[in-house]
Design a protein around this ligand. Structure first.
Ligand SMILES: Nc1ncnc2c1ncn2[C@@H]1O[C@H](COP(=O)(O)OP(=O)(O)OP(=O)(O)O)[C@@H](O)[C@H]1O
Length: 579
């Protein structure tokens, strides 16, 4: 948690001045019982109304000054804690954006969300408390004890005994409850995961009538959280009664022994009242200390989770990479895989020893069964992941040597899942090229077979798109994601099973339109449909992560068992042979 202190650097003034004002308030609080004692022992004893009123006035003044000090401290605490939270969130967001897919997969999106929201909240509360109470509470405990010693050192022994008793109670309760706070944080992560899955998958859940099962899953998660919270609650609930009991025993002892001392003239009545007030102040301060321990324990669990993100090293990084100026000649393959192997972390390689050359302007198909490694293969080109062995080259340069912006800037990607963002069609189309003109956008829409439905809409390019593209059909979404990748004319276009939601005629029209780009674009087309890839210049057949065949449709159909089987399961004999 202390590693996060650097995020307070912009709020030094608040962090220093806040506690000073709070301390001033505490000093005034410690003076008040002495004045009270004086009122009783001098003003009331001598029936001096003037004295009582004067001293009463001073007490009101002290209370008013204390209030102002408290408000100023509160202002500083709010400013520093909110500013700290904002800076920390901005930094976390930047780090999360720089993480590669591997780390995001490992932590999980819901956990990232709870870390940047709930965990930062806990830390903000801790910062506010740090400024407001961390110095004040111990100061009051020590100060009240010292004041008691000044009044009567023998009576102050009661304070020492009560404080020791409360310290033991605090330790016993905290050591039992603190470990649960970490568990509670994890359970919150789980609830967040279930909620997120349910909200994003609500249509599927309804389609499969799985509402009840999902409700049960959520209730289970909520029950676990309730159980853990109740356990902590039951332990912590003992804190207040036990502390009150100890302090009240202390007060009884003060009155008991103090009464005797008053009778023998060793102590004044007012001094007894002051001692009781100091005892109450100690009680309140110790309860604050207990709450502070809880808040700091939660914050320390949150701090660890936040630090994990801040210290995470992105597996894919481009630190130190300078812009490349490769010779873009026909002699050098546009894309080359040299003995590439990759694993997501399991025992087996998800891609094994793949070597392939893709020349400039070629259209290359990637085919294979479900889970054969097609997406993994194309994901290595824009460096969503890095190869474990071997090299991936673009224009003869290792992809790891390019700045990510330059590498990804020349690639248009259409992912398997058509994701659009809220805004207009125009906003979405300008993701690759902010400066793209309407003409360029219309051209990309035409190639992607999205021209007609956008043109028909009254707002044209201003047509609104809801979050996730929910106001569009699956096919329309997919066409827009294809158009988005084409705007700005990428040198490499990767279509990851992107035509799957298109009918055959549209799929064919898309391929025809793409051919018109000629040699300008190198196209990688992942598909499970043999018909889609039949006319490609080259087809790569993947099976269990291995490239088991590379060649044209005719060559592969002749010589490759896996490819022939795929074709025969999908195409009629005339389709297999026909062009
Ligand atoms: N993020 C991931 N984490 C761990 N394993 C993964 C991940 N993505 C894919 N895999 C595994 O890697 C293998 C190849 O997956 P990949 O997505 O490349 O297959 P695919 O050929 O594109 O399949 P499909 O046609 O079904 O999309 C599969 O066994 C899959 O379980």
């Amino acid at each position: 948690m202390w590693k996060l202190v650097k995020y307070l650097k912009n709020y030094k003034k608040e962090v220093i001045l806040g506690p000073i004002f709070k301390l001033a308030e505490a000093v005034l609080e410690l003076i008040a019982p002495l004045i009270m004692a004086d009122i009783i022992d001098t003003g009331i004893k001598n029936a001096d109304a003037d004295y009582v009123l004067r001293m009463g006035g001073i007490m009101i003044l002290i209370a008013a000054i204390g209030l102002v000090c408290a408000l100023i401290c509160q202002y500083f605490a709010a400013k520093a804690s909110q500013g700290f939270g904002t800076d920390l969130r901005n930094e976390m967001f930047a780090r999360i954006s720089a993480l590669s897919h591997a780390e995001i997969d490992a932590v999980g999106t819901p956990s990232l969300i709870t870390r940047i929201t709930n965990d930062v909240n806990q830390l903000q509360v801790a910062v506010a408390m740090l400024i407001r109470l961390v110095i004040r509470a111990p100061f009051l405990v020590i100060g009240a004890t010292v004041m008691a010693v000044l009044i009567d050192w023998k009576m102050s022994l009661i304070f020492v005994a009560a404080a020791a008793g409360i310290a033991v109670i605090l330790y016993q309760i905290m050591s039992r409850s603190v470990p649960f706070y970490k568990t509670i944080q994890k359970l919150l992560d789980r609830i967040s995961l279930i909620t997120r899955e349910n909200l994003s998958g609500v249509r599927v859940i309804r389609a499969f009538s799985k509402q009840e099962t999902e409700q049960e899953r959520f209730e289970e998660g909520a029950d676990d959280l309730k159980r853990a919270s109740l356990r902590v609650g039951k332990i912590s609930a003992l804190l207040n009664p036990l502390t009150y009991l100890t302090v009240n025993i202390g007060i009884i002892a003060i009155i008991w022994f103090g009464g005797g001392a008053v009778n023998t003239g060793m102590l004044e009545q007012g001094e007894i009242v002051a001692l009781v007030q100091y005892m109450t102040q100690i009680l309140l301060a110790l309860i604050v200390v207990a709450n502070l321990i809880v808040i700091f324990t939660k914050a320390s669990a949150s701090g660890v989770r936040v630090n994990e993100i801040l210290e995470m090293q992105a597996a894919v990084s481009d630190t130190g990479n300078r812009e490349k100026h490769p010779q873009k000649t026909d002699a050098v393959p546009k894309i080359e895989f040299q003995n590439v192997s990759f694993s997501y972390g399991g025992d087996e390689m998800d891609l094994e020893d793949v070597s392939v050359k893709i020349m400039r302007g070629q259209t290359v198909g990637v085919i294979g069964g479900t889970g054969s490694g097609k997406t993994t293969f194309v994901n290595l080109i824009p460096r969503f992941y890095d190869a474990a062995r071997g090299r991936v080259l673009v224009d003869g340069e290792d992809v790891r040597d390019y700045p990510l912006k330059q590498l990804r800037g020349q690639i248009g990607i259409v992912p398997q899942q058509a994701v659009l963002f809220s805004g207009t069609v125009r906003d979405n189309m300008r993701w690759r090229d902010r400066e793209a003109t309407d003409e360029e956008i219309w051209e990309a829409l035409r190639t992607a077979q999205a021209y007609d439905f956008v043109k028909r809409s009254p707002e044209k390019l201003g047509m609104p798109i809801l979050q996730g593209g929910k106001n569009l059909s699956g096919g329309q979404r997919q066409r827009l994601t294809i158009a988005r990748a084409l705007v700005g004319r990428p040198e490499i276009l990767i279509l990851d099973d992107s035509a799957s939601a298109l009918d055959f005629a549209t799929d064919a029209a898309l391929r025809k339109a793409l051919r018109e780009y000629g040699r300008e674009i190198t196209v990688l087309m992942v598909s499970q449909r043999a018909a889609t890839l039949r006319n490609a210049d080259k087809i790569i057949v993947l099976s269990d992560g291995r490239a088991v065949g590379i060649g044209t449709h005719e060559e592969l159909f002749e010589a490759n068992e896996v490819y022939r089987e795929i074709c025969l399961s999908q195409l009629s004999e005339s389709e297999v042979k026909g062009k």
